[in-house]
Write a protein that binds this ligand. Structure first.
Ligand SMILES: Cc1cc2nc3c(=O)[nH]c(=O)nc-3n(C[C@H](O)[C@H](O)[C@H](O)COP(=O)(O)OP(=O)(O)OC[C@H]3O[C@@H](n4cnc5c(N)ncnc54)[C@H](O)[C@@H]3O)c2cc1C
Length: 287
């Protein structure tokens, strides 16, 4: 199918984009890499009167490395991260995630901002950046604001973006050298969206652990303090104490009724914990 007719504008700055989107109201849509919006237009699942192409805005391509975090412009592509053209927040942490998204052709065009704004519960950045505790920067006709990613993602395919607002950047905390990040995506074939995602950010020296189960038809289920999933405390042997029953109970409480589905998600989280633990072992043997 072909898209319904629409008008297209290509502003050169953020203020121009937000003004156009605010004037267009519900009939206007931002476009970044078009890897999600394009198919929606073709299938006429989206029929905007105005498309505001963000790709002419250089300010959305910048990356700032600051003491505790890295701020990525919304137009940074998955391939920019995969290829190391932008700094990572830890040893190959984002790079590994980027390399597992779709196919290279999609990664060349798809953007961090577009992926977060689309808010597909199975999207890799939605889950990985939630596990890492990212914040988003938003610009609109009335100025800018910043939100924790958990407050930004309000539901499946739904965000806190108001009319006329765009996501301008995502700020991701740097991962301390003592921490490790396990990220496991379960899908039937390479390049597919995930059926289940598990992520574990663990720092045994600090005794801290964040864990996440994603691709659950809702924003990710985050455990900011995941010690209860690992016998109540975090140390180097944490993964061996993974409590599948506690993880299963959390999914049930979140409304996941299907026992097989829960089993897959719990197993994927266990594998993410094992991956994080294995990364410690590998670093110690290499030292
Ligand atoms: C075959 C295929 C396989 C895929 N597999 C995966 C996968 O395995 N994992 C995965 O995570 N993703 C996958 N994707 C999605 C891909 O990562 C998309 O790039 C991403 O979801 C959307 O990014 P985009 O830049 O293309 O955004 P677009 O498609 O341009 O926009 C998507 C939505 O976000 C809005 N938007 C875009 N940018 C902004 C902004 N800065 N501010 C406000 N709103 C904005 C648009 O209005 C639109 O509603 C796949 C896509 C395809 C086509």
């Amino acid at each position: 199918m072909k898209p319904a007719p629409f008008r297209m504008e290509r502003p050169r700055d953020i203020a121009g984009a937000t003004a156009l989107l605010a004037t267009g109201g519900d009939g206007a849509k931002a476009m970044a890499g078009s890897q999600s919006l394009g198919p929606m237009l073709n299938l006429r699942l989206a029929t905007p009167e105005l498309i505001v192409d963000l790709t002419g805005i250089d300010a959305l391509r910048t990356v700032r490395e600051e003491p505790g975090h890295v701020v990525y412009g919304a137009l940074i592509t998955h391939a920019d991260v995969e290829d190391g053209r932008v700094p990572d927040v830890g040893a190959h942490i984002l790079r590994r995630v980027a390399g597992g998204i779709a196919y290279r052709a999609v990664r060349n065009r798809g953007t961090l901002g577009g992926s977060l704004a689309h808010a597909d519960p199975a999207a890799d950045w939605v889950n990985a950046l939630s596990a890492l505790g990212a914040e988003v920067e938003i610009a609109g006709p009335d100025g800018t604001r910043r939100l924790a990613i958990g407050a930004f993602l309000t539901g499946a395919l739904s965000t806190a973006l108001a009319a006329g607002e765009i996501l301008v950047a995502v700020q991701v905390p740097k991962v301390p050298a003592s921490a490790r990040f396990g990220y496991v995506k379960h899908c039937r074939k390479v390049g597919e969206f995930a059926h289940a995602i598990g992520a574990v950010l663990v720092d045994p020296e600090a005794g801290s652990c964040r864990a996440l189960m994603g691709a659950i038809d809702a924003p990710p289920l985050l455990f900011p303090d995941a010690a209860r999933l690992f016998g109540g405390h975090i140390d180097a042997g944490f993964a061996a104490r993974f409590d599948a029953t506690a993880a299963d109970a959390a999914l049930t409480a979140a409304g996941m009724d299907d026992a097989v589905d829960r089993h897959v998600h719990v197993e994927v989280l266990r594998r993410a914990a094992v991956q994080a633990a294995t990364l410690f072992t590998e670093t110690r043997s290499a030292a």
